[in-house]
Design a protein. Structure first.
Length: 432
């Protein structure tokens, strides 16, 4: 009996340590190395499978866990069925979402030390800047794109940077920790600016508004004001050295939109013109099949028919998506697909959103940390929602894996904080 208990304790410690390293690596490597988001997520999935050999105790928050799992299952089924559940692509999507769901379920029961999430995000922001600086200063690329594309790279870097800043201003850390998180957050935001991804810039007001609301409604009125002012000042300070270039990019976007309105046939190949042309076609196709959608192949064929009839610019065939997450889902998978996508955004936002009842479930000394962690988590679906207006983030592997396994990591860390004090050393959980 003694050796059996010793084995169980040792195995649980192994899993806890492994999950901590896997989650830290997931965030730290996401943009720093090729397919960096795959390593940590694969490790999390393997550890989740290994956890099936050990039965962790029941964890609080099972209703919220069920909501998150339902959103993963629904959207995973949509992706898998869209490609055909028996095809390699369909099986690939099904496996990714099943493993992300398993990881989330396991971490909701065993918990995850929040330090892995907090400092993983910080390291990931620094790693993103390291790659951006090399590409920008050494390779002399006009846009830093990391190992994916500039839009995906810039969006994820911006999210990690703003999340670090939210953690810094809301968590009531030690002085050096606040400074370190602030610097790391600045690295992520700067990496995004170097990508010149305008889609990530326009989400900043949405994220700032969310941070202010979350802090204000939980009685942190001074923190709400400080958070918005500090983050806004940080963005301005980082943008000032490249102000002329960023202003030129913004002016170019306005000019391209105007040119497209005046002459769509001539200016549909510009960056903004291409998006406007894709949106116009998607809306037209939605009007024809608003309920059922066209399907993946049907959507492509329908666009080609419009091109052949001279009703669309041939350049629209360069992309298999509508350059807008909502329009793309609606046009291809109909109203049901649209509702599932919105649920995929709304479910994590609802579960992660901090309120008085949820913060009261945490030991009093750690409630600022819980607020900061929940705020950083709630920013994820909001960021993806914002990015999705100009890019189909879920058309890329990085978009799927970063979102789904981030949900698992954040929820595991939140569940850890909500353990009764007698079940873990809460004082040591985030003190480091």
């Amino acid at each position: 009996m003694f050796y059996q208990e010793l084995f169980v304790i040792s195995y649980q410690n192994f899993l806890n340590t492994g999950f901590g390293l896997a989650v830290f690596s997931f965030f730290a490597l996401s943009l720093a190395v090729p397919s960096g988001y795959s390593y940590g997520s694969s490790a999390m999935a393997l550890l989740a499978l290994a956890s099936l050999l050990h039965k962790p105790r029941q964890q609080a928050g099972m209703r919220e866990t069920g909501i998150l799992l339902a959103s993963l299952a629904a959207i995973g089924l949509i992706w898998a069925m869209g490609y055909g559940s028996s095809t390699s692509a369909g099986l690939d999507y099904g496996a990714k979402y099943a493993l992300a769901g398993l990881s989330l379920w396991v971490l909701s029961r065993s918990g995850l030390c929040p330090r892995a999430v907090v400092w993983g995000l910080a390291a990931g922001s620094v790693g993103a800047l390291g790659v951006a600086a090399y590409q920008y200063l050494v390779l002399h690329l006009t846009k830093a794109s990391g190992f994916t594309n500039a839009i995906q790279y810039g969006g994820i870097a911006m999210y990690m940077g703003i999340a670090c800043w939210a953690l810094a201003v809301l968590g009531r850390w030690r002085g050096w920790q606040i400074g370190l998180l602030a610097l790391c957050g600045g690295a992520g935001v700067l990496a995004s600016l170097l990508s010149e991804s305008r889609g990530s810039w326009v989400t900043v007001p949405l994220l700032l508004a969310a941070i202010w609301i979350m802090a204000w409604r939980n009685g942190h009125r001074r923190s709400a004001f400080v958070a918005v002012v500090v983050i806004l000042a940080g963005c301005v300070a980082l943008a000032l050295p490249a102000y002329q270039k960023l202003e030129k990019r913004a002016a170019l976007a306005v000019q391209e939109a105007r040119n497209y309105q005046l002459n769509p046939a001539q200016y549909a190949q510009t960056s903004i013109g291409q998006r406007l042309e894709q949106w116009r076609l998607a809306l037209r196709l939605i009007e024809e099949k608003p309920l059922a959608g066209w399907g993946l192949q049907g959507y492509v064929r329908a666009k080609q028919e419009l091109v052949d009839q001279g009703l669309a610019h041939p350049s629209v065939m360069d992309y298999g998506h509508a350059h807008n997450e909502i329009l793309d889902m609606w046009a291809k998978r109909g109203l049901a697909g649209l509702l599932v996508l919105l649920f995929f955004y709304a479910a994590p936002l609802y579960v992660f959103w901090p309120n008085a009842r949820r913060l009261a479930a945490v030991a009093a000394e750690l409630r600022p940390r819980a607020l900061a962690l929940r705020a950083a988590a709630a920013l994820l679906p909001l960021a993806y929602f914002g990015f999705g207006w100009t890019q189909v983030f879920f058309a890329h592997n990085s978009g799927h894996l970063f979102y789904t396994f981030s949900l698992a990591a954040f929820w595991g860390a939140i569940c850890f904080l909500e353990r009764p004090p007698k079940d873990c050393r809460l004082g040591a959980a985030l003190a480091g």
